[in-house]
Design a binder for this molecule. Structure first.
Ligand SMILES: Nc1ncnc2c1ncn2[C@@H]1O[C@H](COP(=O)(O)OP(=O)(O)OP(=O)(O)O)[C@@H](O)[C@H]1O
Ligand SMILES: [Mg+2]
Length: 256
């Protein structure tokens, strides 16, 4: 199995606080990898460094053999490395289909309306965008809500739409901060099943942060455990969940 994404000694400080402390991970292609750790352990900060929303103070980030430490988020998306974001509220008024089309046009400049002087090219791109959007809707079981404003969706469907927006960008590696956060267990299982399908049948790689291990553990291939900014354990879910340091790091919390 091949490594697609690595961090090498990544460090991020906020003033005197070392939020991420020399973390090195190798993420395998076409796998579901998960970062766990108590509140404030540096998980979100690490993925912000990976996706380019924060510049690390030390260390390097390598994607497909290329050092991407200094390149902006948009360029990382073009290389196939992207992350999900919550749907902003103005977008929630728009139909589900339009939410997907917006993501497409952001990452495919030819599809922007101001390029319409090159009308034949624009039309081609637009048709391609609509075709792709329907493909994504079908894949995520959202076809029946295509015309609904996003605000009508359930919590789980909104999460699926967030994944769908990344799929419109040709992402091959998708990084998600708590994809099933606030979602009931049965929907959470459905979302994980979709993620597994995208990995096994569509060649995607996922790196996710997740708190609820009881839901996630049956789907996950590899777990990284963080505490106080450091990587304290990694391995299969069983190995990591029984690791003494990991159990200790969660003492006093109810999350694991
Ligand atoms: N922009 C910031 N400025 C200052 N401190 C920050 C900033 N972002 C995060 N921190 C601090 O860095 C540490 C790590 O935060 P981070 O959000 O990465 O943790 P986390 O593991 O994602 O936690 P949670 O599970 O609660 O989401 C925390 O102590 C947090 O307060
Ligand atoms: Mg976080």
């Amino acid at each position: 199995m091949a490594t697609i994404l690595s961090t090498k000694g990544v460090t991020k400080k906020f003033g005197n606080l070392v939020a991420v402390d020399s973390v090195s991970i190798d993420v395998e292609e076409r796998k579901l990898s998960m970062i766990i750790g108590p509140n404030g352990s540096g998980k979100t900060t690490l993925i912000n460094c990976i996706t380019g929303y924060l510049r690390p103070d030390g260390g390097r980030i390598i994607y497909r053999g290329r050092d991407i430490t200094k390149i902006p988020p948009q360029k990382r998306v073009e290389l196939g490395l992207t992350r999900t974001f919550q749907i902003p509220s103005p977008f929630r008024k728009l139909p589900v289909l339009d939410n997907l089309l917006i993501s497409y046009s952001r990452f495919n400049p030819g599809a922007k309306v101001y390029n319409s002087i090159f009308r034949p090219r624009w039309l081609r791109k637009e048709r391609e965008a609509v075709r792709k959007a329907y493909e994504v809707l079908k894949l995520l079981n959202l076809l029946h809500v295509a015309e609904q404003p996003a605000e009508n969706l359930s919590g789980g469907q909104l999460k699926l739409l967030e994944i769908g927006r990344t799929l419109m960008t040709n992402a091959e590696t998708i990084v998600m901060d708590e994809p099933v956060g606030g979602v009931n267990p049965s929907l959470a299982h459905q979302i994980f099943k979709h993620i597994k399908d995208l990995i096994e049948n569509h060649g995607k790689t996922f790196l996710i942060i997740e708190h609820r291990l009881e839901v996630a553990k049956q789907y996950v291939d590899h777990v990284y455990a963080m505490a106080y900014g450091k990587l304290i354990a990694e391995g299969s879910p069983e190995e990591v969940l029984t690791n003494e340091r990991v159990v200790e790091s969660y003492l006093g919390t109810t999350e694991i």
